[in-house]
Design a protein around this ligand. Sequence first.
Ligand code: PHE
Length: 341
Amino acid sequence: MKQQLEQLRAAALRAIEQAGAMEELENVRVKFMGKKGELTAVLKQMGKLSPEERPVMGQLANEARAAMEQAIENARARLTAAALEAKLEAETLDVTVPGRAVKLGHKHPMYLALDEIKDIFVGMGFTVLDGPEIELAELNFDRLNAGEGHPSRDWSDTFYFKEDSSVMLRSQTSPMQVRAMDTMPLPIRMIAPGRVYRKDEVDATHSPMFHQVEGMVIDKNVTMADLKGTLNAVVEQLYGAGTKTRFRPHHFPFTEPSCELDVQCHKCGGKGCPTCKGEGWIELLGAGMIHPRVLEMAGIDPEEWSGWAFGFGLERTAMRQFKIADLRLIFENDVRFLEQF
Ligand code: PHE
Protein backbone atom coordinates (compact mmCIF):
# COMPACT_ATOMS: atom_id res chain seq x y z
CA MET A 1 0.00 0.00 0.00
CA LYS A 2 2.88 2.25 0.69
CA GLN A 3 4.17 1.65 -2.79
CA GLN A 4 0.69 2.26 -4.21
CA LEU A 5 0.51 5.58 -2.37
CA GLU A 6 3.90 6.66 -3.57
CA GLN A 7 3.10 5.80 -7.19
CA LEU A 8 -0.18 7.64 -6.89
CA ARG A 9 1.52 10.68 -5.46
CA ALA A 10 4.16 10.71 -8.21
CA ALA A 11 1.56 10.22 -10.98
CA ALA A 12 -0.66 12.99 -9.58
CA LEU A 13 2.20 15.46 -9.25
CA ARG A 14 3.30 14.73 -12.84
CA ALA A 15 -0.26 15.18 -14.16
CA ILE A 16 -0.66 18.43 -12.22
CA GLU A 17 2.69 19.65 -13.51
CA GLN A 18 1.65 18.91 -17.09
CA ALA A 19 -1.83 20.46 -16.95
CA GLY A 20 -1.85 23.19 -19.64
CA ALA A 21 -5.19 24.75 -18.76
CA MET A 22 -7.47 25.29 -15.75
CA GLU A 23 -10.00 22.80 -17.07
CA GLU A 24 -7.34 20.12 -17.39
CA LEU A 25 -6.09 20.85 -13.88
CA GLU A 26 -9.60 20.46 -12.48
CA ASN A 27 -9.97 17.09 -14.26
CA VAL A 28 -6.70 15.93 -12.69
CA ARG A 29 -7.84 17.06 -9.25
CA VAL A 30 -11.12 15.15 -9.59
CA LYS A 31 -9.33 12.10 -10.96
CA PHE A 32 -7.03 11.80 -7.91
CA MET A 33 -8.70 13.65 -5.06
CA GLY A 34 -12.40 13.67 -5.94
CA LYS A 35 -14.99 11.57 -4.08
CA LYS A 36 -14.45 8.73 -6.51
CA GLY A 37 -10.79 9.64 -7.00
CA GLU A 38 -7.81 7.35 -6.83
CA LEU A 39 -6.42 8.66 -3.53
CA THR A 40 -9.83 8.36 -1.95
CA ALA A 41 -10.00 4.77 -3.16
CA VAL A 42 -6.67 3.96 -1.49
CA LEU A 43 -7.75 5.61 1.76
CA LYS A 44 -10.86 3.45 1.81
CA GLN A 45 -8.58 0.46 2.13
CA MET A 46 -7.13 1.78 5.44
CA GLY A 47 -9.62 -0.31 7.41
CA LYS A 48 -7.93 -3.47 6.27
CA LEU A 49 -4.59 -2.47 7.76
CA SER A 50 -3.22 -3.65 11.09
CA PRO A 51 -3.34 -1.12 13.98
CA GLU A 52 0.45 -0.66 13.78
CA GLU A 53 0.45 0.09 10.07
CA ARG A 54 -2.56 2.41 10.14
CA PRO A 55 -0.93 5.60 11.64
CA VAL A 56 2.12 5.20 9.39
CA MET A 57 -0.04 4.89 6.26
CA GLY A 58 -2.31 7.60 7.52
CA GLN A 59 0.58 9.99 7.74
CA LEU A 60 1.86 8.99 4.31
CA ALA A 61 -1.57 9.50 2.84
CA ASN A 62 -1.91 12.93 4.47
CA GLU A 63 1.48 13.95 3.16
CA ALA A 64 0.52 12.80 -0.33
CA ARG A 65 -2.74 14.80 -0.16
CA ALA A 66 -0.94 17.88 1.15
CA ALA A 67 1.69 17.64 -1.59
CA MET A 68 -1.04 17.33 -4.28
CA GLU A 69 -3.01 20.25 -2.87
CA GLN A 70 0.11 22.38 -2.78
CA ALA A 71 0.98 21.36 -6.36
CA ILE A 72 -2.55 22.20 -7.53
CA GLU A 73 -2.32 25.57 -5.81
CA ASN A 74 0.98 26.28 -7.56
CA ALA A 75 -0.37 25.11 -10.90
CA ARG A 76 -3.41 27.40 -10.50
CA ALA A 77 -1.15 30.38 -9.93
CA ARG A 78 1.00 29.39 -12.91
CA LEU A 79 -2.00 28.99 -15.25
CA THR A 80 -3.62 32.27 -14.11
CA ALA A 81 -0.40 34.17 -14.77
CA ALA A 82 0.01 32.48 -18.17
CA ALA A 83 -3.57 33.33 -19.15
CA LEU A 84 -3.05 36.96 -18.21
CA GLU A 85 0.21 37.01 -20.13
CA ALA A 86 -1.48 35.57 -23.23
CA LYS A 87 -4.31 38.07 -22.97
CA LEU A 88 -1.91 41.00 -22.71
CA GLU A 89 0.05 39.59 -25.62
CA ALA A 90 -3.06 39.34 -27.79
CA GLU A 91 -4.22 42.83 -26.95
CA THR A 92 -0.91 44.55 -27.43
CA LEU A 93 -1.20 48.04 -28.86
CA ASP A 94 1.95 49.28 -30.53
CA VAL A 95 1.75 53.00 -29.95
CA THR A 96 4.84 53.57 -32.08
CA VAL A 97 3.09 52.41 -35.31
CA PRO A 98 2.41 55.49 -37.46
CA GLY A 99 -1.28 56.45 -37.63
CA ARG A 100 -3.46 56.10 -40.66
CA ALA A 101 -4.05 59.61 -42.02
CA VAL A 102 -7.68 60.62 -42.55
CA LYS A 103 -8.07 61.86 -46.11
CA LEU A 104 -10.19 64.99 -46.22
CA GLY A 105 -11.94 65.85 -49.45
CA HIS A 106 -12.28 69.35 -50.79
CA LYS A 107 -14.26 71.28 -53.33
CA HIS A 108 -13.92 70.53 -57.03
CA PRO A 109 -12.00 73.28 -58.89
CA MET A 110 -15.10 74.16 -60.86
CA TYR A 111 -17.07 74.77 -57.70
CA LEU A 112 -14.20 76.82 -56.31
CA ALA A 113 -14.54 79.03 -59.38
CA LEU A 114 -18.32 79.13 -58.95
CA ASP A 115 -18.00 80.12 -55.28
CA GLU A 116 -15.92 83.12 -56.25
CA ILE A 117 -18.46 84.18 -58.86
CA LYS A 118 -21.36 83.71 -56.46
CA ASP A 119 -19.56 85.81 -53.83
CA ILE A 120 -19.10 88.66 -56.29
CA PHE A 121 -22.73 88.71 -57.41
CA VAL A 122 -24.22 88.13 -53.95
CA GLY A 123 -22.09 91.09 -52.85
CA MET A 124 -23.91 93.18 -55.47
CA GLY A 125 -27.34 92.13 -54.26
CA PHE A 126 -28.05 89.25 -56.64
CA THR A 127 -30.08 86.21 -55.56
CA VAL A 128 -28.77 82.75 -56.50
CA LEU A 129 -31.43 80.56 -58.17
CA ASP A 130 -31.52 76.86 -58.92
CA GLY A 131 -33.68 75.35 -61.66
CA PRO A 132 -34.54 72.10 -63.45
CA GLU A 133 -32.20 70.45 -65.93
CA ILE A 134 -35.17 68.75 -67.59
CA GLU A 135 -36.91 71.72 -69.13
CA LEU A 136 -39.88 72.53 -71.33
CA ALA A 137 -38.86 73.50 -74.88
CA GLU A 138 -41.37 76.29 -74.39
CA LEU A 139 -39.15 77.89 -71.75
CA ASN A 140 -35.82 76.94 -73.33
CA PHE A 141 -36.86 78.32 -76.74
CA ASP A 142 -40.32 79.82 -77.34
CA ARG A 143 -40.41 82.11 -74.33
CA LEU A 144 -36.88 83.19 -75.25
CA ASN A 145 -38.02 84.34 -78.67
CA ALA A 146 -36.55 81.33 -80.49
CA GLY A 147 -39.70 80.07 -82.25
CA GLU A 148 -40.35 77.06 -84.47
CA GLY A 149 -37.64 76.64 -87.06
CA HIS A 150 -34.92 78.34 -85.05
CA PRO A 151 -31.66 76.45 -85.78
CA SER A 152 -30.82 75.86 -82.08
CA ARG A 153 -33.99 73.74 -81.78
CA ASP A 154 -32.59 71.15 -84.17
CA TRP A 155 -32.67 67.49 -83.07
CA SER A 156 -29.00 67.23 -83.98
CA ASP A 157 -28.12 69.79 -81.27
CA THR A 158 -30.60 69.04 -78.48
CA PHE A 159 -31.48 66.08 -76.24
CA TYR A 160 -35.27 65.77 -76.48
CA PHE A 161 -37.33 63.37 -74.37
CA LYS A 162 -40.36 63.26 -76.65
CA GLU A 163 -41.10 62.88 -80.36
CA ASP A 164 -43.00 66.17 -80.26
CA SER A 165 -39.88 68.02 -78.99
CA SER A 166 -41.75 69.45 -76.00
CA VAL A 167 -39.44 68.26 -73.19
CA MET A 168 -35.67 68.41 -73.29
CA LEU A 169 -32.45 68.64 -71.33
CA ARG A 170 -31.97 72.39 -71.18
CA SER A 171 -29.37 73.57 -73.71
CA GLN A 172 -28.69 76.78 -71.77
CA THR A 173 -29.48 78.30 -68.37
CA SER A 174 -31.45 81.10 -70.08
CA PRO A 175 -34.86 79.48 -69.35
CA MET A 176 -34.10 80.52 -65.77
CA GLN A 177 -34.68 84.10 -66.96
CA VAL A 178 -38.24 83.11 -67.81
CA ARG A 179 -38.74 81.14 -64.61
CA ALA A 180 -37.53 84.14 -62.61
CA MET A 181 -39.82 86.54 -64.49
CA ASP A 182 -42.77 84.17 -63.93
CA THR A 183 -42.21 83.71 -60.21
CA MET A 184 -40.30 86.63 -58.71
CA PRO A 185 -41.57 90.09 -57.89
CA LEU A 186 -39.91 92.98 -59.75
CA PRO A 187 -37.26 94.31 -59.62
CA ILE A 188 -35.13 91.16 -60.13
CA ARG A 189 -31.42 90.63 -59.71
CA MET A 190 -30.46 86.98 -60.00
CA ILE A 191 -27.83 84.52 -61.11
CA ALA A 192 -28.64 80.89 -61.93
CA PRO A 193 -25.76 78.44 -62.24
CA GLY A 194 -26.34 74.89 -63.41
CA ARG A 195 -25.82 72.06 -65.85
CA VAL A 196 -26.73 72.33 -69.53
CA TYR A 197 -26.68 69.73 -72.31
CA ARG A 198 -25.87 69.79 -76.01
CA LYS A 199 -25.11 67.07 -78.53
CA ASP A 200 -21.40 67.84 -78.74
CA GLU A 201 -18.63 65.29 -79.17
CA VAL A 202 -16.19 65.14 -76.26
CA ASP A 203 -12.86 66.80 -76.92
CA ALA A 204 -10.42 69.12 -75.13
CA THR A 205 -12.91 72.01 -75.18
CA HIS A 206 -16.33 70.33 -75.61
CA SER A 207 -18.56 68.08 -73.54
CA PRO A 208 -22.25 67.12 -74.00
CA MET A 209 -22.77 68.29 -70.42
CA PHE A 210 -21.29 71.46 -69.07
CA HIS A 211 -22.19 74.29 -66.68
CA GLN A 212 -23.39 77.80 -67.33
CA VAL A 213 -24.07 80.73 -65.09
CA GLU A 214 -27.02 82.87 -66.13
CA GLY A 215 -27.50 86.37 -64.80
CA MET A 216 -30.35 88.82 -65.14
CA VAL A 217 -31.42 92.23 -63.92
CA ILE A 218 -34.86 93.76 -64.48
CA ASP A 219 -35.67 97.17 -63.05
CA LYS A 220 -36.83 100.61 -64.12
CA ASN A 221 -34.52 102.68 -66.35
CA VAL A 222 -32.00 99.88 -66.77
CA THR A 223 -29.78 100.49 -69.78
CA MET A 224 -26.81 99.04 -71.63
CA ALA A 225 -24.66 101.30 -69.43
CA ASP A 226 -25.74 99.26 -66.39
CA LEU A 227 -24.85 96.04 -68.20
CA LYS A 228 -21.39 97.34 -69.08
CA GLY A 229 -20.73 98.91 -65.69
CA THR A 230 -21.77 95.82 -63.74
CA LEU A 231 -19.91 93.33 -65.91
CA ASN A 232 -16.79 95.53 -65.91
CA ALA A 233 -16.90 95.57 -62.11
CA VAL A 234 -17.23 91.78 -62.04
CA VAL A 235 -14.29 91.37 -64.44
CA GLU A 236 -12.12 93.63 -62.29
CA GLN A 237 -12.93 91.56 -59.21
CA LEU A 238 -12.18 88.32 -61.06
CA TYR A 239 -9.08 89.37 -62.98
CA GLY A 240 -7.75 92.39 -61.11
CA ALA A 241 -8.34 96.15 -61.13
CA GLY A 242 -7.80 97.83 -64.47
CA THR A 243 -8.46 94.70 -66.56
CA LYS A 244 -9.65 95.90 -69.97
CA THR A 245 -12.85 94.62 -71.55
CA ARG A 246 -14.31 94.77 -75.03
CA PHE A 247 -17.98 94.49 -75.98
CA ARG A 248 -18.50 93.08 -79.50
CA PRO A 249 -21.88 93.09 -81.27
CA HIS A 250 -23.45 89.62 -81.45
CA HIS A 251 -26.83 87.98 -81.85
CA PHE A 252 -29.05 86.12 -79.43
CA PRO A 253 -32.79 85.73 -80.06
CA PHE A 254 -33.72 86.88 -76.55
CA THR A 255 -31.57 89.99 -76.24
CA GLU A 256 -31.52 93.16 -78.32
CA PRO A 257 -28.98 94.58 -78.71
CA SER A 258 -26.73 91.57 -78.00
CA CYS A 259 -23.01 91.45 -77.42
CA GLU A 260 -20.13 89.27 -76.44
CA LEU A 261 -17.74 90.39 -73.76
CA ASP A 262 -14.01 89.79 -74.16
CA VAL A 263 -11.34 90.46 -71.54
CA GLN A 264 -7.85 91.46 -72.44
CA CYS A 265 -5.54 88.47 -72.10
CA HIS A 266 -4.13 88.49 -68.55
CA LYS A 267 -1.12 86.52 -69.76
CA CYS A 268 0.23 88.79 -72.51
CA GLY A 269 -1.65 92.01 -71.80
CA GLY A 270 -3.16 92.03 -75.29
CA LYS A 271 -0.11 91.38 -77.43
CA GLY A 272 -1.16 87.88 -78.37
CA CYS A 273 0.09 84.59 -76.89
CA PRO A 274 -0.83 80.88 -76.74
CA THR A 275 -3.30 81.51 -73.88
CA CYS A 276 -5.40 83.85 -76.05
CA LYS A 277 -4.50 81.99 -79.27
CA GLY A 278 -2.75 85.09 -80.55
CA GLU A 279 -5.89 87.21 -80.26
CA GLY A 280 -4.89 89.37 -77.30
CA TRP A 281 -8.49 88.94 -76.06
CA ILE A 282 -10.37 86.09 -74.44
CA GLU A 283 -14.10 85.61 -74.99
CA LEU A 284 -15.88 85.61 -71.64
CA LEU A 285 -19.62 85.65 -72.07
CA GLY A 286 -22.72 86.47 -74.09
CA ALA A 287 -25.01 89.26 -72.94
CA GLY A 288 -27.53 91.85 -74.03
CA MET A 289 -30.58 93.91 -73.21
CA ILE A 290 -33.61 91.66 -72.66
CA HIS A 291 -35.72 91.63 -75.82
CA PRO A 292 -39.02 93.51 -75.29
CA ARG A 293 -40.91 90.50 -76.66
CA VAL A 294 -39.43 88.27 -73.94
CA LEU A 295 -40.61 90.74 -71.28
CA GLU A 296 -44.04 90.92 -72.91
CA MET A 297 -44.41 87.13 -73.01
CA ALA A 298 -43.78 87.14 -69.23
CA GLY A 299 -46.44 89.80 -68.75
CA ILE A 300 -43.91 92.53 -68.00
CA ASP A 301 -44.51 95.90 -69.66
CA PRO A 302 -41.37 96.79 -71.67
CA GLU A 303 -42.39 100.45 -71.59
CA GLU A 304 -42.10 100.45 -67.81
CA TRP A 305 -39.38 97.86 -67.17
CA SER A 306 -36.14 96.99 -68.88
CA GLY A 307 -33.32 94.61 -68.15
CA TRP A 308 -30.16 92.91 -69.20
CA ALA A 309 -28.87 89.37 -69.05
CA PHE A 310 -25.70 87.41 -69.51
CA GLY A 311 -24.59 83.81 -69.67
CA PHE A 312 -21.22 82.13 -69.57
CA GLY A 313 -19.62 78.72 -69.44
CA LEU A 314 -18.28 77.82 -66.01
CA GLU A 315 -15.74 75.18 -67.12
CA ARG A 316 -14.00 77.68 -69.32
CA THR A 317 -13.75 80.15 -66.45
CA ALA A 318 -12.31 77.46 -64.16
CA MET A 319 -9.89 76.31 -66.86
CA ARG A 320 -8.65 79.85 -67.23
CA GLN A 321 -8.41 80.44 -63.50
CA PHE A 322 -6.54 77.21 -62.74
CA LYS A 323 -4.68 76.93 -66.08
CA ILE A 324 -6.32 73.62 -66.98
CA ALA A 325 -5.56 72.72 -70.59
CA ASP A 326 -8.12 69.96 -71.18
CA LEU A 327 -11.84 70.14 -70.31
CA ARG A 328 -12.01 66.36 -69.84
CA LEU A 329 -9.84 66.58 -66.71
CA ILE A 330 -12.66 68.47 -65.00
CA PHE A 331 -15.08 65.54 -65.39
CA GLU A 332 -12.81 62.51 -65.11
CA ASN A 333 -12.51 62.81 -61.31
CA ASP A 334 -8.96 61.53 -61.24
CA VAL A 335 -7.78 62.31 -57.70
CA ARG A 336 -4.23 62.90 -58.93
CA PHE A 337 -5.69 65.87 -60.81
CA LEU A 338 -8.21 66.99 -58.20
CA GLU A 339 -5.69 66.90 -55.34
CA GLN A 340 -3.85 69.80 -56.93
CA PHE A 341 -6.50 72.37 -56.01
N1 PHE B 1 -27.69 81.49 -73.36
C1 PHE B 1 -26.64 82.06 -74.21
C2 PHE B 1 -25.73 80.92 -74.71
O1 PHE B 1 -25.87 79.80 -74.23
C3 PHE B 1 -25.82 83.07 -73.48
C4 PHE B 1 -26.59 84.33 -73.13
C5 PHE B 1 -27.24 84.44 -71.93
C6 PHE B 1 -26.61 85.40 -73.97
C7 PHE B 1 -27.92 85.59 -71.58
C8 PHE B 1 -27.28 86.57 -73.68
C9 PHE B 1 -27.93 86.66 -72.48
O2 PHE B 1 -24.90 81.12 -75.54
